[in-house]
Design a protein around this ligand. Structure first.
Ligand code: NAD
Ligand code: MG
Length: 307
């Protein structure tokens, strides 16, 4: 054994910092329900979006990012992480979510970055396109586009799935990403990154999420088509496929309320994910570390297999 101290393991205490992912974030979820779209501030127990846990390392210094649905859940975790990695951010959200959006703005500004707040219903084409234009104006350009806003309403029987719900799901979950991507395109320089949020539902759809699961499969495919088209222009397009995550989406009609106490328990890690556990995937896909990755779907499912 060498006696040269520079060749010894750096940590002699035996503390490797390892955390068992099955033991992390053990939460008790009571039955609860909120009106659509739900607020992160009303979640019981609260979710971890990285407020006290995400540490940045300057991986997105100076970038300008628009995150739709950045007020709560996965989008909030992305906004916090991007700001702590050095990016200025704009977030889209519904007007009824102003209090959640204000909380995010405070966290982004505490990280020393700009936060542009852009309320509006992206199911309306003019509003969706206007949010992109306002983000570009507010940030002075756009380098990262995170298309994450979506609606999810559980309907047990096909007879009860209304044409109104079908149309709204398709508008918000598929058409809005298309409109916003098209509006953003002229502003994206080579090296820019677009990240769609798909879902494990694209591969293993639940019987009561016919419209929602269809929409998540559609954006996954859209991202792969666009990636082919835009690669020669130096714009990368990827998707992230989350498994079950503890967010307002699930308590505002996304699941049957009685299923919430066991939400995520069936997957291999035995628990739902916390939004902060998604943040690294979005940071990676936005950063230059993924410069050879486009047309890919990064699954973060707690072990549920995906193709
Ligand atoms: P969330 O409710 O916290 O975030 C979704 C956001 O979408 C809302 O905050 C809202 O601001 C926005 N939104 C909804 N309808 C809108 C509209 N008409 N106009 C503008 N904005 C609108 O829930 P989340 O779970 O963080 O969802 C984020 C993304 O993650 C979604 O794309 C969802 O499909 C995906 N996802 C979530 C899970 C999960 O288990 N939570 C799993 C797989 C995929
Ligand atoms: Mg919200």
């Amino acid at each position: 054994m060498t006696t040269d101290p520079t060749l010894q393991p750096s940590d002699q205490s035996g503390d490797t910092g390892l955390v068992d992912p099955t033991a992390k974030y053990q939460i008790e979820v009571p039955i609860q329900q909120q009106p659509v779209p739900g607020l992160a501030s009303e979640l019981d127990p609260p979710a971890d979006h990285g407020e006290d846990t995400y540490v940045g390392h300057g991986r997105l210094t100076g970038r300008r990012a628009l995150i739709t649905g950045g007020d709560s859940g996965i989008g909030r975790a992305v906004a916090i992480a991007y700001a702590r990695e050095g990016a200025d951010v704009a977030i889209g959200y519904l007007p009824s979510e102003q209090s959640d959006a204000d909380d995010v703005a405070e966290l982004v500004r505490a990280a020393g970055r700009t936060c542009v707040l852009l309320p509006g219903d992206v199911g309306d084409e003019a509003v969706a396109r206007g949010i992109v234009r306002d983000a570009v104006a507010g940030l002075g350009g756009l380098d990262v586009l995170v298309l994450n806003a979506a609606r999810q309403t559980f309907v047990e029987h096909l007879e009860d799935l209304t044409s109104e719900q079908w149309a709204e799901t398709m508008n918000v979950n598929i058409s809005a990403p298309f409109w916003m991507m098209q509006e953003a395109l002229g502003h994206l320089q080579p090296g820019s990154s677009v990240i769609f949020t798909s879902s494990v539902q694209a591969y293993t759809p639940s019987p009561g999420l016919v419209d929602y699961a269809t929409s998540r499969a559609a954006v996954n495919t859209m991202s792969k088509s666009l990636a082919q088209q835009l690669a020669p222009r130096g714009i990368r397009v990827n998707a992230v496929a989350p498994g079950p995550f503890w967010t307002a989406l699930q308590v505002s009609g996304g699941q049957k309320p009685e299923k919430l106490p066991t939400f995520g328990h069936k997957n291999p890690l035995g628990r739902p994910g916390q939004p902060v556990e998604m943040a690294g995937a979005y940071v990676y896909l936005a950063s230059d570390e993924s410069s050879y990755t486009t047309g890919n779907t990064l699954s973060v499912t707690g072990g549920a297999p995906t193709p």
